[in-house]
Ligand binder design. Structure first.
Ligand SMILES: [Zn+2]
Ligand SMILES: [Zn+2]
Ligand SMILES: [Zn+2]
Length: 106
């Protein structure tokens, strides 16, 4: 059975507003829908690709690995990914590691 817990939205840091004000200053956060909190299945780890910020590195986009939540659920195993050594990013690019999908663990 999967246990779901609620955490503070990493993308907007719980404010519920778009942190980059791309649409407008009052735009709601697209990750949590303005609630400031998101549901995540346990167990989970900090997203290696975005370092838990919920923001894709070198951009202002929602991290595609954790969908902006800043954490990723780990259901099968928790070994450090041999492809990226836990960084979650592919070498020579800012794209998520193909081996672990950007989680940093496999
Ligand atoms: Zn949010
Ligand atoms: Zn992420
Ligand atoms: Zn990896």
């Amino acid at each position: 059975m999967t246990e779901i817990t609620t955490i503070t939205c990493a993308f907007c840091k719980g404010k519920g507003k778009d942190p980059f004000e791309i649409m407008s200053k009052e735009a709601t956060c697209q990750v949590c829908g303005g609630r400031g909190k998101v549901a995540v299945a346990k167990p989970y780890v900090k997203c290696a690709h975005c370092q838990g910020t919920g923001v894709s590195p070198y951009s202002r986009n929602v991290c595609t690995v954790c969908n902006g939540r800043g954490v990723v659920s780990v259901t099968d195993g928790k070994k450090v990914c041999p492809g990226c050594h836990g960084t979650g990013s592919a070498k020579e690019s800012n794209l998520p590691c193909l081996t672990c999908g950007g989680k940093g663990v496999v």
